[in-house]
Design a protein around this ligand. Structure first.
Ligand SMILES: C[S@@+](CC[C@H](N)C(=O)[O-])C[C@H]1O[C@@H](n2cnc3c(N)ncnc32)[C@H](O)[C@@H]1O
Length: 348
């Protein structure tokens, strides 16, 4: 069976090793951060817990695109999927090297219009099925998935970027919640919070959020989303019992992590998010300091910045440092992780 595999460029070597472990697929084509390869459908399930591969999609065998009848020749692959006209459908074209000046959008629109004319039910917002077409080299591949049972629902994760976010980082926490099946916390601490994407996401989930960063959050954008933010500069005299955030709002402690910790002493939190831009050891040390404020079973989401390719060393260093206090659940390179990997762990 042919599949499309997605992975991050920075972790290509590790992604290929991971693929090799589940049965050395035959590589048909590879470009940028994706690969088309043949692998047994029995083996593919083993990739569900993969760390370095963030998506795989089944494909119908590719066929040569007729360069003269470009869009028409791509269209014909759709009919091979045998879709029911009644099932709401979203179409997505993912082109790696589009020829003749067409964009993926042009192709989607052209095919979508024809399908609507033929009374297929196209629904971009709440479709049941995603039909996709991948153009790689001179070939076109088609595939389909059930959106509800697929973890991402988009073949191209950057499609979701349409809305304006406070920071690109916000996607990382959205993806972590989805990937690790995390439930909304009541009280959360966001360490290294600026400009505030993670804090906003957590507050919108109903959490009381303590955001810690010496930098500024995007206060206006956050408030526009209906989330209140209180800014505390005099952290020494901040009393958490009196001045803690209400559910669904943020208190921003404007200081370094070591200065904020004493002001929070006695607090019991359900989640710590750590996205600080520091090396693994420094980040893990910060987590250890804040672990004292975490109740048993509380969750940790932490990104680990990987400056060079030998990511296994970084992961081991972090595990050794936080292992005494945490059960490591999973590492995963998420679609919006660039040169980093996300860890999900639970407080012992
Ligand atoms: C990648 S940004 C975080 C983005 C954030 N998660 C979001 O969603 O917008 C990293 C942040 O960590 C902060 N940081 C790094 N070391 C820190 C420290 N020791 N104390 C406080 N903040 C720190 C930086 O100021 C920076 O704003």
């Amino acid at each position: 069976m042919i599949y499309l595999f997605l992975y991050a460029d920075s972790f290509r070597k590790s992604a290929l090793e991971e693929l090799g472990k589940v049965g050395s697929p035959r590589i048909i084509s590879e470009q940028h951060n994706l690969m088309i390869a043949d692998i047994s459908s029995r083996k593919i399930r083993e990739l569900d817990g993969a760390t370095f591969i963030y998506g795989y999609f089944p494909l119908v065998e590719g066929y040569e695109i007729d360069q003269k009848r470009y869009i028409n020749s791509i269209k014909k692959g759709f009919y091979r999927l045998g879709l029911d006209k009644k099932e709401p459908l979203r179409l997505e074209c993912f082109d790696v090297n589009c020829k003749r000046g067409y964009s993926a959008k042009d192709i989607e629109v052209a095919i979508g219009k024809e399908l609507e004319g033929l009374r297929y039910s196209i629904d971009l917002k709440s479709a049941d099925t995603l039909a996709y077409c991948v153009l790689m080299d001179s070939k076109c591949y088609w595939g389909r998935i059930n959106i509800a049972t697929h973890p991402h629902g988009f073949i191209d994760p950057f499609r979701e970027n349409k809305e304006k976010k406070v920071s690109r980082a916000e996607f990382k926490i959205i993806e972590a919640f989805r990937e690790f099946g995390i439930k909304a916390p009541k009280i959360a601490i966001d360490i290294g919070a600026a400009p505030g994407g993670w804090s906003l996401f957590l507050a919108k989930k109903g959490a009381s959020v303590i955001a810690i960063d010496s930098g500024r959050l995007e206060y206006d954008k956050i408030r526009k989303e209906g989330v209140g933010v209180r800014i505390i500069k005099d952290v020494k005299h901040f009393g958490i019992a009196r001045n803690g955030p209400r559910p669904g709002s943020i208190v921003h402690l404007v200081c370094r992590l070591d200065k904020a910790y004493p002001a929070l002493y006695g607090l019991e939190v359900d989640l710590v998010g750590d996205d600080i831009n520091a090396g693994g050891i420094e980040s893990a040390s910060a987590v250890m300091m804040y672990s004292r404020l975490m109740r048993r079973g509380a969750m940790l989401i932490m990104t680990l910045k990987c400056m060079h390719k030998n990511v296994g060393i970084y992961m081991k260093e972090v595990e050794a440092r936080i292992g005494p206090k945490f059960n490591i659940r999973r590492w995963k390179v998420l679609p919006h992780n660039r040169q980093e990997i996300t860890l999900f762990a639970v407080r012992k």
